[in-house]
Each structure stands twice: as C-alpha cells, then as structure tokens.
Design a protein around this ligand. Structure first.
Ligand code: FES
Length: 150
C-alpha cells in the first residue's frame, strides 16, 4: 500500500500536435498505464486497460452512443464513455409493454484522468479520487499478471 501515492501534479505527456497526429497515445505516469485519446477536437485520458478483463482500449473504435462518445473495447465490445468512464449497455425493461431496448449505464467503471494544455504542451493529472474504480484492478500487480496470461 502507499505505492500509488503521487504528488498529484500534472505530467507532461507530449506536444499537442504530436498527440493529435497520434490520436491514441500510451503513457506510464507514476506507474499507471494511461491512454490519451484525441477525438474531434477534445483530449481525453483514461486507464488503458478495460475494467472488464484488461482489454487494450488503445485498439478500440470510438462511437457516439446515446449522446456519449465511447470507446468500444476490442475484446468483448463493452462501451465506455470517454468523458466519465461509464460503461453503457443496451437493455429492455420487461415491465414495459412492449419492451423497448434502451441504453443504460452500469456506472463509472474506468478511471478517467484530467487533460490540460498550455502553449502547445499537454499534461495529464492522474485522478486523485480515492474510491475504488474497477479499472484499478488491472493497474495493480495481480491484474497485470492476469493480463499477461490472457
Ligand atoms: Fe473489455 Fe471485456 S476486456 S470488454
């Protein structure tokens, strides 16, 4: 315990132009593997391994779902919003007659980090939220071992 502590200060992650060109960039910040995404004029940062089973979100497609921009995990197609890290799924309410499929949220599952930009330099500040978020698992020792075996 305690190894995850960081100063909380922003980390320089690259020049804006380079990150825009790359669209997806992988960085390890204070031992945490983070994916930086540039999509339609906006930078986002999130834990790079899918909370579900450690899939590489870096290789996922981006789609708008129910008004939210989401990355689709390449492994089992879970949909994770870039803004909040919420996992969205389509379901029906059996009490509805007839049931109409709608998008629902499973809640925040993927840890989101904050991206800022100053004079063409881009920074990521790791989330300081101390509540457990499921994607934390794949950032820890056990999760990393498990991913390596998959
Ligand atoms: Fe991402 Fe299963 S690992 S959907």
């Amino acid at each position: 315990m305690g190894e995850q502590e960081s100063t909380g200060g922003p980390h320089f992650v690259g020049k804006k132009d380079e990150l825009i060109e790359a669209k997806r960039s992988f960085r390890t910040l204070d031992g945490r593997d983070v994916l930086i995404i540039y999509h339609e004029g906006v930078f986002h940062a999130m834990d790079s391994y899918c909370y579900h089973a450690g899939g590489m979100l870096q290789n996922g497609d981006i789609e708008e779902i129910d008004g939210k921009v989401c990355i689709i995990c390449p492994r089992h197609k879970y949909k994770i919003s870039l803004a909040k890290g919420e996992c969205l799924y389509k379901g029906t309410d059996p009490r509805e007659k007839p049931p109409v499929p709608r998008w629902y949220s499973k809640g925040v599952k993927q840890r989101i980090h904050t991206v800022t930009e100053t004079n063409g330099d881009v920074y990521v500040r790791l989330s300081q939220d101390t509540t457990w978020i499921e994607s934390d698992y794949y950032q820890g020792e056990k999760g990393k071992e498990e991913r390596a075996k998959a």
